[in-house]
Design a protein around this ligand. Structure first.
Ligand SMILES: CC[C@@H]1C(=O)N(C)c2cnc(-c3ccc[nH]3)nc2N1C1CCCC1
Length: 308
């Protein structure tokens, strides 16, 4: 065993999340299976012991870390921001509380997980499925922008599906609310997945970074991989700076046109979210009003589906 005192987070064992978690005001949650880990946070499936409702509980340890200051504040800002949002395609925020070891966030349970799993199972999705999913994604983002919130980390992994195959945008860890007079954000801590060129060039960024990321999500769902993906981050950043990407010819003209509009290098040239919702990609072509759960694992045979 190393004689050194543990100097960094990796060595400090994470505190246990109790089997029964009390929210401090009479509600208790039974801890179920671990859904996943993100950074220091662990996410459990929990059941409200008085209503039997199931939630996703994010438990963030209050480990005494030198840099825990911003980490703790981060979770505080994430809570302040997410708690103020309510829209049918934004992940439901059902409360927050803490005990000596953790800060807890109670979130909507999305039993069909994120689009990462769907894409892993399917490789890529059909245009009607992307029409259905992107329409909800753009609506969620349009709501955020109306609240002067920029998500800043829109990606396939932050879109979740509930039991009814409805889309929910989550994870406000990098989100920011613009102040009244504020037009642009100068700083960016943390690296978003689909980073826009104006964030790379540090010239200030605003709502358009979400439009860019939505374009990357749409491309990824249709093509099966992100538009600027390479084996090295530096190379990927170069491609983003040079707006270097190709759209396979099998992608329909309407889909390709919309992707190109959303991936304009100059943020001012990107369409507003309202314009996107009115784009031909959404108004022309088969638009399913719901998706069967089987879409998470196998491609739909639209013919039989169109009848229902
Ligand atoms: C709280 C983290 C994140 C999330 O934000 N939500 C809303 C969520 C909901 N249901 C689920 C879920 C229900 C059943 C399986 N996963 N997962 C969610 N996640 C996952 C957990 C692990 C990585 C991201």
């Amino acid at each position: 065993r190393s004689l050194k005192k543990s100097r960094n987070a990796k060595d400090i064992p994470l505190p246990e999340v109790p089997k029964v978690i009390d929210n401090g005001s009479g509600k208790r949650y039974f801890r179920g299976r671990l859904l996943g880990k993100g950074g220091f946070a662990r996410v459990y499936e929990v059941t409200d012991m008085s209503t039997n409702k199931v939630y996703a509980l994010k438990a963030v340890p209050k480990v005494k870390l030198s840099k825990s200051a911003d980490r703790y504040n981060k979770i505080e800002t994430e809570i302040e921001l997410h708690k103020s949002l309510r829209q049918r395609h934004v992940v439901g925020f059902h409360g927050h509380f803490e005990d000596e070891q953790h800060v807890y966030i109670l979130l909507e349970h999305c039993s069909r997980k994120s689009l990462v799993q769907t894409l892993k199972n399917r490789g890529k999705l059909t245009e009607p499925e992307v029409r259905y999913l992107m329409f909800q994604a753009v609506q969620a983002c349009s709501y955020l922008h109306a609240q002067r919130v920029i998500h800043r980390d829109i990606k396939v992994g932050n879109f979740f599906l509930n039991a009814d195959m409805e889309l929910r945008l989550g994870d406000f860890g990098l989100a920011v609310r613009l102040k009244e007079e504020e037009k642009k954000i100068k700083t960016m801590c943390g690296t978003p997945n689909y980073i826009a060129p104006e964030v790379l060039s540090k010239e200030g960024h605003s709502y358009e970074v979400d439009t860019w990321a939505l374009g990357c999500v749409m491309y990824t769902l249709l093509v099966g991989h992100p538009p600027f993906e390479t084996k090295s981050l530096r190379e990927t950043y170069n491609r983003i700076r040079n707006n270097e990407y190709t759209i396979p010819s099998r992608i329909s003209d309407n889909a390709a046109k919309l992707i190109k509009r959303m991936l304009k290098p100059n943020p001012a040239d990107r369409p507003s979210l309202k314009e996107i919702l009115a784009d031909e990609f959404f108004t022309k072509g088969f638009f399913p009003n719901r998706l069967p759960g089987t879409c998470v694992t196998s491609s739909p045979k639209w013919s039989e589906y169109e009848k229902s």
